[in-house]
Design a protein around this ligand. Structure first.
Ligand SMILES: N[C@@H](CCC[C@H](N)C(=O)O)C(=O)O
Length: 277
């Protein structure tokens, strides 16, 4: 990918989906400007803006836009469901359509206007060990780790643990340990899920490269898939995360996720901040 120095007073937007918060930079019509160092500097909640993920919009030949994701530690993420819904909302409004296409590392995703909410088809889950990816062949439905999580790829890796009482789970302690387990060569996102009924799940997440977040869209998709694979729920569920509610449906054409989005503010970076990175 071609990269250029950010222009002076680079504009950006702050959005969130259920408290999963994002800085969005629109680089359409120029080369990408985000580097690992810039993502880290902007992601600093004290000296930068702070975000769970940074999304950079770029011109696309294959879809309405291309979209790249960065975690707050400066690492890249192949998928980010909630940022895709947020940017989907921007594009739906800008183009005045009820459906837009967004190309991510995951492939071309569809975002659909649902009135107050946005739905995204996050694609088919990746259920083979090398697709997740894992470091060696194992049964992805019962990983050989304490708690036997399910491994699901959604364009990024997830390990989903089913627990009796989510309030009793040490999410940062357990999450960090699993994120760095050698079974996951690219590290992993970690979800803890309590099944409330065949159509309702409570989920908390530890995100790779970021830590605890109030919601994780790809993690919600992975959790819905894992619960259905284990026969614990139907294919359509409501999921309560720390920041609110999502609806997930595993259909023949992929996993659809629906929920709210919010634009918080539009601003620009001071040039002196950009120059110090
Ligand atoms: N918040 C996201 C997931 C972000 C990416 C993740 N931390 C990773 O490194 O894979 C979502 O809404 O999906």
């Amino acid at each position: 990918m071609q990269q250029q120095t950010p222009p002076p007073n680079l504009p950006f937007l702050k959005m969130h989906g259920l408290g999963n918060d994002f800085v969005i930079i629109d680089s359409r019509g120029r080369d990408a400007v985000v580097t690992p160092d810039l993502a880290k500097a902007i992601g600093d909640r004290h000296c930068g803006v702070g975000f769970d993920q940074l999304a950079e919009i770029r011109s696309s030949e294959a879809a309405d836009i291309d979209l790249d994701f960065w975690n707050s530690d400066g690492s890249r993420a192949g998928a980010c469901g909630n940022a895709t819904r947020c940017v989907g909302r921007l594009m739906l409004d800008e183009l005045g359509r009820d459906e837009v296409t967004i190309r991510t590392e995951r492939g071309i995703l569809i975002a659909r206007d649902m009135g107050d909410e946005v739905s995204v088809n996050m694609g088919h889950p990746q259920l083979m060990w090398d697709e997740v990816p894992l470091s060696h062949p194992v049964d992805t439905e019962f990983l050989p780790l304490e708690g036997e999580p399910v491994a699901v790829g959604m364009g990024n890796p997830h390990a989903v643990f089913f627990v009796e009482d989510i309030k009793a789970v040490d999410v940062p302690g357990w999450g960090r340990k699993v994120e760095f387990d050698p079974l996951f060569p690219q590290r992993t996102n970690v979800e803890f899920a309590e099944i409330r009924s065949r159509d309702e799940i409570r989920m908390r997440v530890w995100e790779r490269g970021t830590g605890i977040t109030l919601a994780c869209g790809s993690g919600a998709c992975a959790t819905a898939v894992a619960a259905s694979l284990r026969g614990l729920t139907d294919k359509k569920v409501r999921m309560e995360v720390d920041g609110g509610w999502l609806t997930l449906e595993w259909r023949d054409d992929g996993v659809w996720m629906t929920g709210p989005t919010q634009l918080v503010f539009k601003a620009e970076f001071d040039t002196s901040f950009l120059e110090r990175v």
